[in-house]
Write a protein that binds this ligand. Structure first.
Ligand SMILES: [Zn+2]
Length: 166
């Protein structure tokens, strides 16, 4: 309340600008200021590998491990019939199309171990199997915890110990 008007105005303008500039990557749906995000544009990363996460915070948590060198796909949520969130409300169709059109070797499902996470993983595994090998990260993660809060070591181990979804 004691801040001068000018300072408040600058701050809210900065917030508004950030809000207007940040959009979603047209390919993976990660937050970005450009059409295609840095990760999708990075030719050093393995484009035959896609790691599926619920949101950008989970992607950033996995990036902090520095273990993963593939690409991502951000669903923008999880299937949750209880909350009225069906498969058509998250980025599933775009994922299937992406895996179908590009020669993707493996899709790694990295979703929070919860009822919603497991439901979404099983649903995706069924749809993706005709196109690519489908794995999911191992439960090195504490059940019921959020992926974004896991420490780097736990997350790297979980990624290392991913299992086939047969
Ligand atoms: Zn992207």
């Amino acid at each position: 309340m004691r801040q001068p008007d000018e300072k408040i105005r600058n701050f809210s303008n900065a917030l508004l600008n950030a809000h207007n500039q940040v959009g979603q990557c047209q390919q993976c749906f990660h937050l970005t200021a450009s059409k295609i995000c840095e990760i999708c544009n990075n030719i050093e990363r393995d484009k035959t590998l896609i790691c599926v996460v619920a949101d950008s915070r989970d992607l950033l948590a996995l990036e902090r491990t520095r273990e993963y060198k593939g690409k991502y796909h951000v669903l923008g949520g999880l299937i949750s019939p209880m909350d009225g969130i069906g498969p058509e409300m998250i980025e599933i169709t775009s994922l299937i199309q992406r895996v179908d059109k590009n020669s993707i070797k493996e899709v790694i499902l990295a979703l929070t171990p919860s009822v919603e996470g497991d439901t979404t993983s099983l649903y995706l595994a069924k749809l993706l199997k005709p196109f690519a090998k489908v794995t999911r990260i191992a439960y090195g993660l504490p059940v019921g915890s959020e992926l974004e809060y896991a420490d780097e070591v736990t997350l790297s181990r979980a990624l290392e110990g991913r299992i086939n979804m047969d």
